[in-house]
Design a protein around this ligand. Structure first.
Ligand code: ASP
Length: 438
């Protein structure tokens, strides 16, 4: 019999009703030995996620605003979950401990992590699985850097002692025990790490959609579901904003060659999206695997006469961005021009200093920047070695009056990235979708 790891996201474990569904999924499967859970998410559209409420409590106490009311809402959610599932665990002691920690000025990471911790405790008791705390297995350095190898060993060693376990997602701990979380949505990463450590046959990631769609359904009507996609293609799409799975969850599964299956807790009969090292068989006429994009990038462009004859221009430019700790997304270049594209979040506050350094150290003839650029990635192994793909994409944009600010075709020929202004983002995405999928 195989071993599966299943991660259930916030909406899949939002209340007792959802948790009953996950029990049915686990019982009818029989191979799901390790279960990673998020904190309770939204039960309906305008509901709050417990994680957001926990962060809110922390910010209230930091601003000396009463936090008790919000804290009570959180306790009530767990109490009703516990009551409706009819599990016998002492939550009050846990609540007291968290409240005391809040009053004593504990970290936001600790407070946020309690969302997953409490949920995992209740769900473990309900399923009859062992509860195994992630704090002892997911390791961070004293400075907060994630330690991959140490984590792998620790999970492997610990879970060897448990036949069936529920593990809270999202957090781990530093050597002194201080809790550290991943970025938001990080329970996906915990699930992938557990899947790798126990050498699972498959990593099931249960959420509230039946897998990835070729494009964002908020922009494109009724996009085609993706039944199979490779890690490589998905990494490109996740990086560019396709948001079903945390982008950092792909790496551990990919290095261990464990397929990730995105599934829908509310429609367990749907096969969802299977992500593996294999390239999907494309149907007749299918070229792309997906389109994704993100707004809010800055393009800095330098012009310098005879730039092409200079030595070290790109290196010096890159060094300036490195000194400011700004990750570079793309570096499109012409004969005498060089552009650098970075996400606004990394540069908005320090743009003047960066421009000043570039001016001083590189002495370009002109330098300017535009900070309202969106990038759209069109991804698919079907594009490689197929003449006409780029032409089709650019024609679609031209026909829709979208001005292209930048083009970058990855060397794998699996990815064409175009830069357009933020205001053209949706038009461009729809135009590309219609060109390839209609
Ligand atoms: N609960 C955390 C969040 O809301 C982590 C997760 O659900 O993956 O971001």
């Amino acid at each position: 019999m195989g071993v599966k790891v299943a991660k259930f996201g916030g909406s899949s474990v939002a209340d007792a009703l959802q948790i009953e569904k996950i029990r049915n999924i686990i019982e009818s499967d029989g191979e799901i030995k390790y279960v990673v859970v998020s904190a309770p998410g939204k039960r309906f559209k305008d509901d709050s996620k417990v994680t957001d409420l926990l962060y809110l409590c922390k910010s209230q106490i930091d601003h000396k605003v009463p936090f008790e009311q919000v804290f009570q809402v959180i306790c009530d959610r767990y109490n009703s979950e516990k009551m409706n599932l009819n599990v016998d665990i002492d939550l009050q002691t846990e609540f007291n401990e968290i409240e005391n920690a809040l009053r004593e000025g504990t970290t936001a990471d600790y407070i946020a992590s309690r969302g997953e911790y409490l949920n995992a405790r209740i769900i473990a008791a309900y399923l009859g699985y062992d509860f195994v705390d992630a704090a002892g297995m997911v390791k961070f350095s004293a400075k907060g850097k994630f330690l991959e190898k140490e984590t792998h060993e620790a999970i492997r060693e610990e879970l060897a002692k448990h036949d069936k376990a529920v593990i809270p997602g999202f957090y781990g701990a530093k050597p002194d025990g201080e809790i550290k979380t991943f970025s938001r949505g990080g329970s996906d990463i915990t699930g992938a790490l557990v899947a790798k450590a126990v050498d699972a046959d498959v990593y099931e990631n249960w959420t509230d959609v039946s897998g990835f769609l070729v494009a964002d359904p908020r922009i494109v009507d009724n996009p085609r579901p993706i039944s199979q996609i490779s890690y490589k293609e998905l990494r490109e799409l996740s990086y560019m904003g396709a948001s079903v799975l945390h982008e950092d969850a792909i790496y551990p599964a990919r290095t261990a060659d464990i397929p990730i299956n995105i599934r829908n807790t509310n429609r367990p009969q749907d096969p969802g999206t299977m992500i593996s090292s294999e390239m999907a068989q494309l149907k007749e006429g299918q070229v792309i695997s997906g389109i994704a994009g993100r707004r809010d990038f800055t393009v800095i462009t330098m012009y310098k006469n005879q730039m092409s004859d200079l030595r070290g221009f790109i290196r010096k430019t890159a060094a300036i961005f490195e000194e400011h700790d700004i990750p570079i997304e793309h570096v499109p270049s012409g004969v005498d021009t060089l552009s650098v594209i970075v996400a606004n979040e990394h540069i908005s506050d320090i743009i003047d200093e960066v421009i000043e350094d570039l001016n001083q150290q590189l002495k370009p003839d002109t330098i300017d920047y535009q900070d309202d650029i969106a990038l759209i990635a069109t991804v698919g192994h079907g594009m490689s070695a197929r003449p006409g793909t780029a032409a089709k994409l650019f024609t679609a944009l031209a026909e829709n009056n979208v001005n292209i600010r930048m083009i970058d075709q990855g060397s794998s020929e699996m990815n064409i990235i175009v830069g357009v202004t933020n205001s053209d983002f949706e038009t461009a995405l729809k135009a590309i979708y219609n060109a390839f999928e209609k």
